[in-house]
Ligand binder design. Structure first.
Ligand SMILES: NC(=O)c1ccc[n+]([C@@H]2O[C@H](COP(=O)([O-])OP(=O)(O)OC[C@H]3O[C@@H](n4cnc5c(N)ncnc54)[C@H](OP(=O)(O)O)[C@@H]3O)[C@@H](O)[C@H]2O)c1
Length: 286
């Protein structure tokens, strides 16, 4: 029997990440479509979701959460306050709130919903093909069985890592949440470089993506340190050594480290913005 068989799921906000979660849970047969109710303000989006997944859809957020054992919050951070005021007091007392809202602190969600059992997660876009990496934490009021339920949802989306401290979610935002951006930028730059050498764009894309995929799978399956794997292709006086010399000269490691640090600080700042009133000097634009 699947762990979530008797659970009803409410999904607030039926966008990309919600679709990823619903799709993954149905694919893994953790839930049947009739156990899921998804809400969205736009009829066309509701129609798309109903047609694609066979789940119940509604435009009424409070109706969505009424009988839910687990409420998944999948809206953009800027609409969470208005969504919270709609569903506050309507979530059953023993339900779990499962948030994927980027940068939104657990305390803010608890306050907005008057609900204590909250799991906060930071997924990434490969979750759309069940290859995501999600870092998550939970409030003290989340029971052991609710933690297990959260884990089942997360495992349907890819790999998961539980962390004790909430600030690790800001760190994860900078590394894994934002991570696909770094990888796609690197891939894009390599494709452009390959085109510069004379490959067609189509061939360059194939060569670059398969090289990244193969290298990542090799690293995952290997016990060796990443530096040892790199040394394996760095012969003395060879092409890799020449390329690495230029990358180090250009400050690649420093630039990456600075980028990740900046993303971490931005994540902390956005979390503060969510906690602070609108006229706070900490408010920043996204
Ligand atoms: N995408 C990522 O890589 C990623 C990674 C980690 C975390 N997240 C977080 O995941 C959350 C969802 O992101 P996403 O990429 O899935 O965004 P998205 O595709 O824009 O999905 C959000 C959905 O919520 C709907 N919505 C807007 N107002 C609503 C309301 N009042 N009640 C119910 N639904 C409402 C939106 O409808 P309309 O579009 O029609 O307005 C949209 O369908 C965000 O908080 C984001 O920060 C995203």
């Amino acid at each position: 029997m699947k762990y979530l068989e008797k659970k009803n799921r409410a999904v607030i906000g039926s966008g990309k990440m919600a679709g990823a979660i619903i799709g993954a849970l149905l694919r893994n047969k953790e839930l049947n479509p009739e156990q899921i109710t998804a809400s969205d303000p736009y009829p066309e989006q509701r129609e798309r979701v109903a047609k694609k997944y066979g789940v119940t859809v509604t435009g009424d957020n409070s109706e969505t959460v009424k009988n839910a054992d687990i409420v998944i919050l999948s809206v953009k951070p800027q609409v969470l306050a208005s969504v919270s005021s709609e569903i506050k007091g309507k979530i059953p007392a023993n339900s779990l709130v499962f948030s994927i809202v980027a940068g939104m602190p657990i305390a803010t969600i608890q306050k907005g919903l008057s609900h204590k059992a909250v799991v906060r997660t930071m997924p990434n876009t490969p979750a759309q093909i069940s290859a995501g990496m999600t870092v998550w934490t939970a409030s003290n009021e989340v029971s052991d069985s609710q933690r297990q339920e959260a884990k089942v949802i997360l495992e349907a989306m890819g790999k998961e890592l539980y962390v004790e401290h909430e600030d690790s979610l800001n760190m994860a935002t900078a590394v894994s949440g934002t991570g696909p951006t770094y990888v796609f930028l690197l891939a894009e730059a390599l494709v452009d470089a390959a085109v510069h050498l004379g490959f067609s764009r189509r061939d360059a894309r194939l060569i670059v993506l398969e090289t990244i995929k193969g290298s990542v799978e090799f690293a995952i399956q290997s016990d060796l340190h990443l530096a040892q794997l790199r040394n394996m292709v760095t012969s003395p006086g060879g092409t890799s050594a020449e390329a690495i010399y230029q990358l180090e000269k250009g400050g690649m490691r420093t630039i990456l480290s600075k980028a990740v640090w900046a993303a971490y600080q931005k994540s902390q700042l956005l979390g503060k913005k969510a906690e602070d009133p609108p006229d706070s000097p900490l408010r920043v634009e996204n």
